[in-house]
Design a protein. Structure first.
Length: 189
């Protein structure tokens, strides 16, 4: 299925998405990678206020390259999501609604996605130059000292992603392998 999603999105909209759905995201999302996640996590565990609201927020695991003249942002490809896994359950429990990255997630993250009614999306790795064309504005809003890993607020228009883990816990990486093997065994049979 193909869906246009404007973010921040209502949880009800996220509950309708299924692993394997193609989604075009428009609206406001944030970037954060390893170092920013560590700071967010430490702030939460120390009872400090966060520099952004997590309520209904989508985070894109992205450390962009510098923008060229006339561009909002440089290459904007996703980074490996598992590097954020130790921080993600707490962020989800504090309101994070969606994550965009690439690669597998831990079982703890999958369980917390289900518990919180969130969604994990993948963007195509290696397509950063093309994905950057969907980013209409980018502004550093926290942790400027982290350089490319600073938190940025992005305005995106039809950013193409695929639902990997839906709010029911279905995981496209697992179901696609099972489907492939089922079809392959049928051919060999």
């Amino acid at each position: 299925m193909e869906t246009a999603l404007h973010v921040p999105a209502a949880r009800e909209e996220l509950l309708e998405l299924r692993a394997g759905d193609y989604v075009y995201i428009s609206g406001t999302i944030y970037t954060a990678r390893d170092a920013a996640h560590k700071r967010l996590y430490e702030s939460l565990t120390q009872g400090e206020e966060l520099p952004i609201s997590l309520d209904g927020t989508f985070i894109y695991y992205l450390g962009p390259t510098p923008a060229r003249a006339g561009q909002a942002i440089g290459s904007a490809g996703p980074t490996t999501s598992s590097r954020m896994d130790k921080y993600t359950p707490l962020l989800l429990r504090k309101g994070l609604a969606g994550m965009i990255g690439k690669g597998k997630r831990s079982e703890d993250v999958r369980r917390t996605i289900v518990e919180q009614g969130a969604v994990y999306f993948a963007a195509v790795g290696g397509a950063g130059a093309l994905l950057s064309k969907c980013i209409k504005s980018a502004e550093v809003v926290a942790y400027e000292d982290l350089g490319t890993e600073a938190i940025r607020r992005l305005t995106v228009e039809r950013l193409p992603v695929i639902v990997i883990i839906d709010s029911q816990g279905n995981n496209l990486y697992e179901s696609a392998v099972s489907e492939y093997l089922r079809k392959y065994e049928g051919i060999q049979g």
